[in-house]
Unconditional design. Structure first.
Length: 357
């Protein structure tokens, strides 16, 4: 029995299902010491200066935080070398994404993105009643010519996760520039760089190499992944000031909470220390890719903090068996599994479990 009259588009939606926690897997399968490599989290705690800043700010949470997150926006603008008016902050970068949809997508408007990609995109399409135009990947990579061809006069947004989640592949900013030049400048091109800090290939930088000449480009980044602040919910965007003005209107009051603002400011100051952690993770990622390829698995280039195993139908057997043996990864039924880079011991656990199947 459905009470009330939910919007048809919402009633038809599946709820968001986050990755299973290690504890949930342990209880479900009656095992101990499960490891979670399912949500692309940083396996290491944040650096101590960030933890201390957040802990100290906990005494201030009786008051509302700064809705505009002005101090954080200033710090981000200085860090990135842009104007404060070009900076948006959101409740994670998924919050900013939803703001972009709410501000730009009317029912019936089209949103184009390569697919498979980040599972939040179709959710936002449904929330806003937009029309999804999913452009298939080719060899696990974006086909940007096909993306350009898919853009019509009804298209409001093009969304590119670079590196892409779940495949981990990435494109150079020059390729995106070619796309941007092929399509109308009335279309916003959103580059979701949640994993940018893990990229070791030379990809250029859309803020310096693209945004200046193409104000319809929006760059989204986050403190959730490389900076290890997933639970704080601090994401940021760099865009034309008019885009920032529109999306700020649909930000839920105080959604960028006080602790998130304080933690993000401290994280910027700790960039050098965080780089060391990132280096550890990218070394482990490269080790995982080599080991998997050595074992005979097809693994595309990995530029984020996860590896992609395009297992096709075999996903449906291999995923549950890994989980039964205490290794929780992210399945994409009939397509593949995504495995987050954990600590060296966790990664070995995954590799050895896979070898034993
Ligand atoms: C994890 C992820 C995000 C979410 O980041 P938050 O800042 O935690 O909301 C955004 N985009 C992609 C592609 C992701 O994989």
């Amino acid at each position: 029995m459905t009470v009330g009259r939910p919007r048809a588009t919402v009633a038809a939606m599946n709820p968001y299902r986050p990755g299973k926690s290690a504890t949930q897997a342990e209880e479900e399968h009656g095992i101990s010491e499960a490891v979670k490599l399912a949500s692309n989290e940083n396996p290491y705690p944040p650096v101590s200066s960030v933890v201390e800043a957040v802990a100290a700010a906990a005494t201030e949470i009786n008051r509302y935080g700064d809705h505009g997150a002005l101090k954080l926006r200033h710090a981000l603008a200085q860090w990135l070398g842009v104007d404060t008016e070009q900076i948006a902050t959101g409740c994670g970068s998924v919050g900013l994404l939803q703001q972009l949809f709410l501000a730009y997508v009317d029912p019936g408007d089209e949103v184009v993105y390569p697919w498979p990609s980040f599972e939040a995109y179709p959710v936002d399409v449904r929330i806003t009643g937009g029309v999804e135009v999913a452009v298939p990947l080719v060899d696990h990579c974006f086909d940007l010519d096909a993306v350009a061809d898919a853009v019509t006069s009804r298209t409001k947004l093009v969304v590119l996760a670079n590196p892409n989640n779940p495949t981990g592949t990435a494109v150079h900013v020059e390729r995106i520039k070619t796309l941007v030049k092929q399509i109308s400048d009335e279309v916003l091109v959103v580059i979701d760089e949640a994993y940018r800090e893990f990229v070791t290939a030379d990809l250029g930088d859309p803020i310096t190499d693209l945004l200046f000449d193409h104000p319809n480009v929006v760059v989204l980044r986050t403190f959730s992944k490389a900076y290890g602040l997933a639970a704080l919910r601090a994401g940021y965007g760099v865009a034309d000031s008019s885009v920032v003005e529109q999306i700020d209107k649909v930000l839920i009051p105080f959604a960028v909470n006080h602790l998130a603002q304080v933690g993000a400011i401290a994280a910027i100051a700790a960039e050098g220390e965080v780089q060391v952690v990132i280096g550890r993770l990218t070394d482990e990622r490269d080790r995982m890719v080599s080991a998997l390829r050595f074992d005979g698995w097809e693994v595309p280039d990995a530029q984020a903090n996860f590896v992609w195993l395009p297992l096709g139908q075999r996903t449906n057997e291999i995923f549950p068996e890994l989980e039964r043996q205490g290794v929780v990864v992210r399945p994409f039924p009939n397509v593949g599994i995504r495995v987050t880079i954990g600590t060296p011991a966790e990664n070995d656990r995954f590799l050895n479990t896979l070898r034993g199947l």
